[in-house]
Design a protein around this ligand. Sequence first.
Ligand code: PEP
Ligand code: MN
Length: 339
Amino acid sequence: MLVVMEKNATAEQIDRVVTVIQKRGCTARPIPGGDRVSIGVLNNQGPVDAALFIGLPGVKEAVPITKPYKLVSRETKAEDTRIQVGETTIGNGHLTIVAGPCAIESEDQALIIAGHVKKAGAHLFRGGAFKPRTSPYSFQGMGEAGLKIMARVRSETGLPVVTEAMDFQNFDLVEHYADVVQIGTRNMQNFSLLKRAGESVRPILLKRGMAATIEEWLMAAEYIMAQGNHQVILCERGVRTFAHHSRNTLDLSAVPVVSKESHLPIIVDPSHAAGRRDQVLPLSRASIAANAHGLMVEVHHQPDMALSDGAQSLYPEQFALLCRQVKAIFQVCVGQATF
Ligand code: PEP
Ligand code: MN
């Protein structure tokens, strides 16, 4: 149930609705944005009667939410959510490009790559300090030393930084250094991690699980929002299929479907979808043409020497070409673009 208040509803009228909701044993969650306040009714056991609210002063309407995800849904909030990270706005009308190496390997490596991606037009710098690797013998990331390097990159370049929190235990540490905290594909249904992310003041970049349906993905976002953090960026990164010509299969159809269902921004990671450098540019162009709000791309100045995901990392000049092309496509598709 969503209780939509009149535009000129007073604070007392809003408080009264909140009290009615709480007296029924439910949680009242005011929804930010728009020109009026709406209040979501959460944690209800069974249906809530709209008649409870309709007669109250300041209430415009009480609308049942039919989707299993509520705060994530456009039924709750019709207009697109925009998320501010430093000077960058992520969401409708803005194209956001996140770029950097798969993993932070050294200060030199991070600063060199950050210099290249900034010059090409990236808005945020990415890099893993804690890496979820399939093999326990593969490079696991530099840990806190890697996070400190990211902080150095931010102060040298001015680019906000995105990095992954792999578990509940290291969330505090990652949150301390990161501007945006990433939750990776393997953790999309790590519910204690999602709940912790929901308590964070940082925006969360939530990747789609490699075998997750769109509904499961949106429910994962709901976990974060239900704890009070409304700053969630969804990231499609490919799903497992029978295909061998790429590491995963980029599900571009997720972009229009998610955009219809949810007000949250959605970006695409063509690097982990493809797993191979030669597919990254065409998939990036297609993602922006499909109205994704941005891209997350792996870039390395010496991909042959990379400690992880070298095969899918673009050379800096390839990334510069990508930026030029996707900005042109964005302008055609979206009209007055602001980058
Ligand atoms: C990453 O972005 O570095 C990463 C590990 O991605 P994913 O979780 O999509 O595999
Ligand atoms: Mn990677």
